[in-house]
Design a binder for this molecule. Sequence first.
Ligand code: 8X3
Length: 248
Amino acid sequence: MSRTAFITGATAGIGLAAARRFVEGGWRVVATGRREDRLRALQDELGAERVHIAAFDVADRPAMEAAIAALPAPFAGIDLLVNNAGLALGTAVAQEADLDGWERMIATNVTALVTLTRRLLPMLIERRGAIVNLSSVAATYPYRGGNVYGGTKAFVRQFSLGLRSDLHGTGVRVTSIEPGMVETEFTTVRTGDQAASDAFYADMTPMTGDDIAETIFWVATLPPHLNINALELMPVDQSFAGFQVDRP
Ligand code: 8X3
């Protein structure tokens, strides 16, 4: 029997790659995101029998509720929630950062993620489903200018582990995926500057959305007695060594 994955942020990057990977693996996908034209293109590519699209901003709770209520029958039973939608805004140090950017990151990366999770949990428990949350290496390794972004991703990691505790005995699996550098729209969104993104990934080999999608698919299709609690990935060219010494 074909299973259904609900993937947020499916218009680009990891979410888009995951939608393709799950359909290729025989799943149905509910693909959500803000940009309807991109969702339509994805549905045209993969077929309406396999992909249901719902265009809404995850931070808009009434829109999220309406999209869930409107799921057509073949897509109404969710077996896997992939909480992928999220963003970084800005690289300024905390003392200079933009508060609106901070609020938006918290609204999307934290508030929307817990809201959607809470909303789908009864169904996921009923179906002995799974949750894959996209955290980041920034959850574990702080870096200059990472402040609130890193804080939101540490929340995602710890919330995932907390969910595991709460869901013990239900058969529901929960995983925190924590990637380092993945070349997607991530850095262009963060900096507002394609050239800055190109420079960030220059002269090294970053991971791709497909790399992470493959990992999510692997986690979701392991035998049901196995739970990957947390999984940290980096490109070989990236490392976490980063102490700074101030020598005035
Ligand atoms: C962001 C990871 O390493 O590009 O989630 O800052 S990194």
